[in-house]
Design a protein around this ligand. Structure first.
Ligand SMILES: [Zn+2]
Length: 105
């Protein structure tokens, strides 16, 4: 009879590709736009999705991205230029930081 640990150590001994490492917040946020655009590979798409399901802050971020994407689509009727994406993303980050930061005076 083999304990469940046996299978786990076997799997790690087989040197799994980086793709199977758990997706962290940094990575999820970094790839969020690609995720929303379905530009990621199937594996990455699933990893980000799994992270979003388990991580409320990132899920919230995803909703922002989806709404943003729809707005941009509607306005531009084309892909937003990378520079615009970046500016919007920076703006959102600033807004979120402001909203989340208690006043220090
Ligand atoms: Zn997260």
């Amino acid at each position: 009879m083999s304990a469940p640990e046996d299978a786990a150590s076997e799997a790690s001994a087989a040197r799994r590709p980086v793709d199977e490492a758990p997706c962290g917040c940094d990575e999820a946020v970094e790839r969020l736009w690609e995720y929303v655009d379905s530009e990621l590979g199937e594996l990455d798409q699933q990893r980000v999705e799994a992270h979003l399901e388990a991580c409320a802050p990132c899920l919230e971020e995803e909703h922002i991205e989806v709404v943003l994407k729809q707005l941009v689509r509607r306005c531009c009727k084309e892909e937003a230029p990378a520079a615009l994406r970046l500016r919007i993303h920076e703006q959102l980050t600033v807004l979120r930081l402001r909203a989340g930061t208690p006043p220090e005076a």
